[in-house]
Write a protein that binds this ligand. Structure first.
Ligand SMILES: [Zn+2]
Length: 274
């Protein structure tokens, strides 16, 4: 009986831990740790040697730091939000994005250094840390697109060739942000990925099982499931299924809190206004 009670207490403890996912995680790299912070849904902040990189900043997110580099994956409003870019950018920030994002942003005439990237292109940025140490950041644009899913026959939510995922190299570590995509052949062929961020919501991206098959193919050392709710107050797919599908592999699944309640409330209120 006592054992049973202990078991029950253990199970309760486990569930409460599972719900309280942290906001941030670190990946060790040359020059110092890379800190990744889940902001909201797909919006992620990276800190490395004092520099800040934001991926897909959105107005619902809470940002406490200004970004030196902003990466946008594609045009959909849960990824491309000009007001959020204006809010999070440092005065001399650079915006890296595919052309269908750069063009409308340019028309807003915001003073920001723009770096359009096509699938397969590479950018190398050199920056300095606050202590004067050189920081090198390499960005590779990876195709992000649907293989089968779309709003109707003959159309895809994310057509091939238009939108980007990114592989960032910082301090010798390669971090992959998939963007909105299915398990493309290009994803399956990625090499030496230290940490990957994979989307799993339907009908726009992948099922947790498809994402797990992709992870088994390209074998990232660490993987963060993200972008798994729509609307933002409902679990659209279960990242736990993704975690279960990778049990017994060497791939470490890290759960972060991608949907903090205040951000969910802001996002739902903004959707209601449309
Ligand atoms: Zn999208």
């Amino acid at each position: 009986m006592k054992q049973l009670l202990l078991l029950a207490a253990g199970a309760l403890f486990y569930t409460s831990v599972a719900h309280a996912a942290p906001q941030s995680s670190t990946v060790q790299a040359a020059g110092g740790p890379i800190r990744v912070t889940a902001i909201f849904h797909a919006s992620t902040q990276i800190e490395y040697m004092g520099s800040v990189i934001d991926i897909d900043p959105v107005s619902a997110g809470r940002y406490t730091k200004k970004a030196d580099i902003i990466l946008v994956t594609h045009t959909h409003p849960d990824h491309f939000d000009p007001a959020a870019i204006d809010k999070v950018r440092a005065p001399y920030a650079r915006l890296v994005a595919p052309i269908p994002v750069i063009q409308p942003y340019q028309q807003l005439r915001r003073p920001l250094a723009l770096y359009p990237m096509k699938n397969g292109s590479i950018l190398n940025f050199k920056m300095r840390s606050s202590k004067g140490a050189p920081i090198r950041i390499r960005i590779e644009a990876v195709p992000a697109y649907n293989l089968v899913r779309g709003p109707k026959a003959g159309q895809k939510f994310h057509p091939k060739g238009q939108f980007n995922g990114y592989v960032l190299t910082l301090g010798g570590k390669r971090i992959y942000f998939a963007g909105d995509t299915e398990a493309t052949p290009e994803m399956m062929k990625l090499k030496n990925i230290d940490a990957a961020f994979l989307p799993m919501n339907l009908p726009y991206t992948m099922t947790p099982q498809e994402a797990a098959l992709a992870a088994r193919a390209f074998r990232p050392r660490i993987v963060f499931p993200y972008h798994f709710r729509f609307p933002f107050n409902k679990a659209n797919t279960r990242p736990q299924q993704f975690q279960n599908a990778l049990r017994g592999t060497r791939i470490q699944v890290r759960m972060l809190d991608w949907y903090p309640a205040p951000s969910v409330a802001r996002a739902m209120a903004a959707m209601g206004k449309h």
